[in-house]
Design a binder for this molecule. Sequence first.
Ligand SMILES: Cc1ncc(COP(=O)(O)O)c(C=O)c1O
Length: 506
Amino acid sequence: MPIVSALLLSALVLTTSTLGVDGRLTLDTMSSSLKRMEYAVRGQVVIAADKIQADLTAHAPGSEDFDFEKILYTNIGNPQSVGQKELTWPRQVLSLVDLPNEVGVDHPDVLKMYPKDAVKRAKEIKLGLGSGSGAYSHSKGAKIFRDDVAAFIKKRDDGVASDPEDIYLTNGASAGIENVLKALIADPSCGMMIPIPQYPIYSALLDLHNGQKVPYYLDEDRCWEINIRELERSLTAAQEAGVNVVGLVLINPGNPTGQVLSKEGVQDVVRFCAANDLVLMSDEVYQENVYDDTPFYSAKRAAYDCGLLEDDRLQLVSFHSASKGVFGECGRRGGYMELVGFDQTVKDHLYKLASSGLCSSISGQIMISLMARGPEKGDESYESHELEKSLIFESLKRRSKIVEAGLNAVEGMSCQPAQGAMYCFPSVQVPDRAIEAAAKLGLPPDTFYALSLLERTGVCVVPASGFGQRKGRFGFRTTFLPQEEDLSNAVSAIRRHHEEFSLKYK
Ligand SMILES: Cc1ncc(COP(=O)(O)O)c(C=O)c1O
């Protein structure tokens, strides 16, 4: 059975089987905001991909009809799931912190297995944690780690001060984002300006917490830059419609769009937020993933340069993560947020919210601290750690070019430069007959396209509609995370499929 029909059938079975059992939670009685919430990165196409992968692994009847042996997942920015090697030194420190002293840091042969500086750092962490890695820490995260993060931010921003008391270590950036949105959405009239296209955690969480999405469009023709006039248009339109706009989300470097914003662009945004009393949520999880000449420029640095840190003229919360960069430690769930310019009473309530979650994952906290402060020059691990990081970085940079150039060479596709992050976001010409065929199945055209790509090639991408886009534009997001050979094969497969698809629906 073609994938699209199977999907529709399974959706029907799911719907009828969850309805109508007395006294149980049903589709009718469960949270309508949860039902409304969508999250494309792990949506319909990925569910279909998982099913095909399971059939291929089990050699299920029909699986021999596929022209590929495994699914190539390019749907999610999860580097280690597609072959990125772990960095050695952070894992050494982490393992020593986790091991009981007698078989770890205090073992007589420990220096035969671990570099001296890893042992020293693990001892330092154990001392700082006090109760070891199996106990809850302070709800904002252990103070020693917050000190590392504050020092990292200060160095990054050329000396702009950072206070460890305003830093919260979180379960990935995601948990920090959700907590801030919970605080911001006071009632259903509240709205947040979000970029279109956007990383769908924002639209999903706004749906979940009954906030309104106020879209502002990025300028595809100008490499997905932010346009101040578009910000003004979006804010005015929302206010005229009665929305109480409380904040703005900035994603820099961009996901799914891969742009790195210019200094002027970031300054425009901080000024705009300060002038309109909008809380700026600056998502900077890809700050280390910058491959072109435009350097990363943080929103905090921009606020400082524009004089907006004085008298708390801007309310800013910035996010970072150990999941991206070259660490790629997504599963550790390490992230942080820094609050700048907020009232103490608001901070107290955010602290209460963090306390209700007890603390974030300790291995995530450790990873964040190791990312913020690596081995020092002269330490035994320094050279090898730097080398491992640069090998990953250089390979990511090469891969970004392979995908960007490969997609731009396909007639009917156009892809802006992947200046940063981990994604390419091409627009794709979808023939009218394919649009009609998709409509008959009740699918957005690019979901139909992505399912066809999956079925024919095993390459799993996310339809662009999952991130939002201008009406009439179609496309998809692909990561450039698979290893170089797999990626080149994927680009060839995408081209073959596009030619075949265009011919079929001409
Ligand atoms: C823009 C952006 N923000 C936040 C996140 C969440 O990252 P994590 O929760 O793993 O730190 C992601 C993950 O892909 C992302 O792309």
